[in-house]
Write a protein that binds this ligand. Sequence first.
Ligand code: NAI
Length: 283
Amino acid sequence: MKNIAVIGGGTMGRGIAYVAGVSGFNVSLYDVSTAALDNAKHYIEGELTRSVEKGYIDQEQKDMATGNLVYCTDLVEAVRDADFVIEAVLELMDVKIDVFKKLDQYAPAHAILATNTSTMSPTEIAAQTSRPEKCLAMHFFNPPHKMKLVEIVRGLDTSDETVAITKEVARQMKKESVEVNEFPGFVTSRMNCLIGNEAMYMLMEGVASAEDIDKAIKLGLNHPMGPLELADLVGLDSRLRNMEYLYKMLGEKYRPCPLLVKYVKAGRLGRKTGGGFYKYDNQ
Ligand code: NAI
């Protein structure tokens, strides 16, 4: 596995591309939006510079990663030589299926096709391709270069070889992995979405301020981040899509909190728009 293509250059795709580039893979990052691709390039270059300043990587690694990364607006070109493709587009089944059909058509026959979905069925996505044995979910966490875990989720037809190769790719990216059988939300999103939704209900019910809810969970339960600041980091639009899917699949306990729905309608999407449960200075 030398060549990785990352499809979607938003919050997760740009971070996955960064990790893959620093880990020595040749990376092509594709997005339908040139603005998203420009933002991704700006973000990755900024992170590389910051990582050198903080001593996480040296100048040589930065230069190697910069040389490893290519930004593409043409999907055919992005995946033509790929050994391993990681899809990180919107959490909408129709969009993912459309992307996977194209990946199946344009990527080499040996390429593994992984989805970074937080909640959805890799079996359903894989079924639209001619290579379900080479499809699975490889779920990174936000931000991908800081979070240690990758959840590897088998679809019904995922082969042992595909799982083994994906574990090795994760290892080369210096990630720990867990293997999970397919179920909506896997292990992490199933848990995290519930905690976040409950925190939003508490805020809506006036139980405590956002700051105090987060402080209580951090200092009382030893979570590194509060659930509301984490939701802002994830993106409230992404979180709402996760909740809507889990609500559809798992029922009432995942009904999205009305406050979350209201914020998304207002365009308050968290860090990426400068405001969610907190305000951010995006300069
Ligand atoms: P995002 O909204 O930040 O980025 C999505 C990107 O996909 C955008 O740049 C958009 O232009 C692009 N896109 C849309 N349709 C496309 C297409 N057909 N082809 C290529 N690019 C396309 O979304 P985010 O948050 O990065 O989520 C991506 C995936 O990662 C989702 O499945 C999400 O559930 C998952 N995820 C998100 C996490 C988070 O904290 N935001 C954490 C772990 C997984």
